[in-house]
Ligand binder design. Structure first.
Ligand SMILES: Nc1ncnc2c1ncn2[C@@H]1O[C@H](COP(=O)(O)OP(=O)(O)OP(=O)(O)O)[C@@H](O)[C@H]1O
Ligand SMILES: [Mg+2]
Length: 464
């Protein structure tokens, strides 16, 4: 359906009106020709009879023709017979021998023609119908042409047509009215639905009742209900997220308040120092949390467009990131290594987001791997595209937690580490934004954790 259609009812009515109008015209034209045909038949018989009477009066075909006799024929002045009739007798070459008219013989009237021939013509601006007959005579063939005007025929045709066209027009109008009313009734459930939606409270996401809607509209209602259901889930998730974020932010702020009060109350420089150190830690936690929330918002669908995607060398990006964490790893006596792909590892993406992702993965690996552990950041080329992974030999993530650790604020209790549970959800959002597949499994020797991000091959690289 074209975009310009604003009302289904007027669209359908328009279509119907055009179709019925065309139908009416076609049936009128067909009716007109059928009427002419049927109206001509009885008049033609009468005209032939009249021609035979003229022939009898002139004794045509008897061998004793009396061409000087003038037969009496209607001249159109009689109310009962408003048509004027004239006749002409010609020889076989069409030369006039007798008659009160100058009727030209029809072109198709050949010399060897015997039967009566009816033809249409015109006399003094009036339409005529003529019958032509042939008779043998001593001097060759004689032709008699009797022609009459067609006023009576026209009046009959007009009468019959009026009787066909007017009832048809009325029928068309009645059909239109019935369809218009039917449409109005048929579309009433839609109108009810519209009113239902318009009058809703803005928080009301309850499903639309499609039970009384026409079957054609039900798929649309189902789709809208499906959308409402998803919207409900999204809104619930948003509410949960806001509540969780507020809850998480409250902890560092509460710490700040307590420690500040403590520092203000205390006169001992040592206690003041201690409180200030706590204030610094709480502030750092708060800043990290806010930064993570911002990272999440940036990488959420609709958070940032993909216009800043550029072609990147994953080897270089991963190496730079890893180098920044070496110091932290050393502090915990962890062996942090990097294995790059042999060739250039080109992917399309947002460098900042990818670094954010890798930082979160390395941060987790260092945080949860005990002292003396190993971590490897790896970039490899597979047949499907580039793959980047962070693998450690720490405690690993139990299979029952593997799906859930990517949820926002989800943490596994008992690790002894602080955090807010946003790191892996940022990783998941960045992967999704890059169309990459995220895989969490154990390390290569079956212990520890390995999180891999499989990037799709850039479009231009696909084998054609
Ligand atoms: N490499 C890992 N080894 C073991 N457990 C891990 C590892 N990475 C993540 N986890 C578990 O997954 C949970 C979720 O990780 P996530 O990074 O989302 O949050 P977090 O590290 O707790 O907090 P933060 O928001 O500060 O990163 C962690 O609490 C941890 O229990
Ligand atoms: Mg983390």
């Amino acid at each position: 359906m074209a975009n310009s259609i604003r009302s289904l009812r007027s669209y359908l009515m328009q279509r119907l009106l055009i179709s019925l109008y065309l139908l009416w015209i076609v049936s009128t034209v067909v009716g007109y020709f059928a009427t002419i045909n049927y109206a001509n038949q009885p008049y033609d018989i009468v005209l032939l009879q009249r021609a035979n009477e003229v022939a009898t009066e002139l004794k045509l075909g008897s061998g004793h023709e009396q061409l000087d006799v003038i037969p009496t024929l209607p001249d159109g002045s009689d109310v009962g017979m408003p048509d004027s009739v004239v006749y002409t007798v010609t020889d076989s070459e069409g030369r006039k021998l007798a008659g009160n008219g100058n009727t030209l013989r029809p072109l198709s009237y050949r010399r060897d023609r015997t039967g009566p021939l009816f033809s249409n013509g015109e006399r003094e601006g009036q339409k005529t119908r003529m019958v032509s007959l042939t008779f043998p005579s001593k001097n060759g063939i004689l032709q008699l042409h009797v022609s009459e005007t067609t006023r009576q025929r026209q009046a009959l045709i007009r009468g019959i047509l009026a009787n066909i066209v007017i009832p048809q027009l009325l029928l068309t109008l009645i059909a239109l009215a019935v369809v218009w009313y039917g449409l109005k009734q048929g579309l009433r459930p839609l109108d009810r639905l519209r009113r239902d939606v318009v009058n809703r409270h803005r928080d009301d996401l309850s499903l639309l009742d499609g039970s009384k809607a026409p079957a054609e509209v039900r798929p649309l209602i189902d789709a809208v209900n499906d959308l409402l259901e998803r919207l409900k889930q999204v809104m619930a998730a948003q509410q949960r997220f806001v509540a969780d974020a507020a809850h998480q932010l409250r902890t560092p702020f509460a710490g700040l308040k307590t420690q500040s009060e403590l520092a203000l109350r205390s006169d001992e420089p040592e206690r003041k120092q201690h409180a200030l150190e706590h204030i610094l830690t709480s502030t750092q936690h708060g800043i990290r949390l806010v930064n993570q929330l911002l990272a999440l918002a940036r990488n959420e669908p609709g958070g940032q467009s993909n216009d800043n995607f550029t072609s990147l060398d994953l080897n270089q990006l991963a190496q730079e990131c890893t180098v920044n964490w070496v110091h932290m790893a050393l502090e915990k006596n962890i062996d942090l290594g990097f294995e790059g792909a042999s060739a250039t590892a080109e992917v399309r993406g947002d460098a900042n987001s990818l670094m954010e992702m890798l930082n979160n993965l390395i941060d987790n690996a260092i945080r949860y791997t005990p002292e003396g552990g190993h971590i490897t950041v790896r970039v490899i080329a597979t047949k499907h595209g580039m793959e980047m992974s962070v693998e450690d030999n720490g405690p690993g993530i139990e299979p029952q937690h593997r799906e859930r650790v990517f949820e926002r604020f989800y943490r596994i209790l008992g690790t002894g580490q602080s955090g807010s549970g946003l790191g892996l959800s940022i990783v998941a959002e960045v992967a999704k934004r890059h169309g990459a597949e995220l895989v969490l499994d154990a390390g290569s020797d079956g212990t520890g954790t390995r999180i891999s991000i499989r990037f799709p091959r850039p479009v231009s690289d696909h084998p054609s």
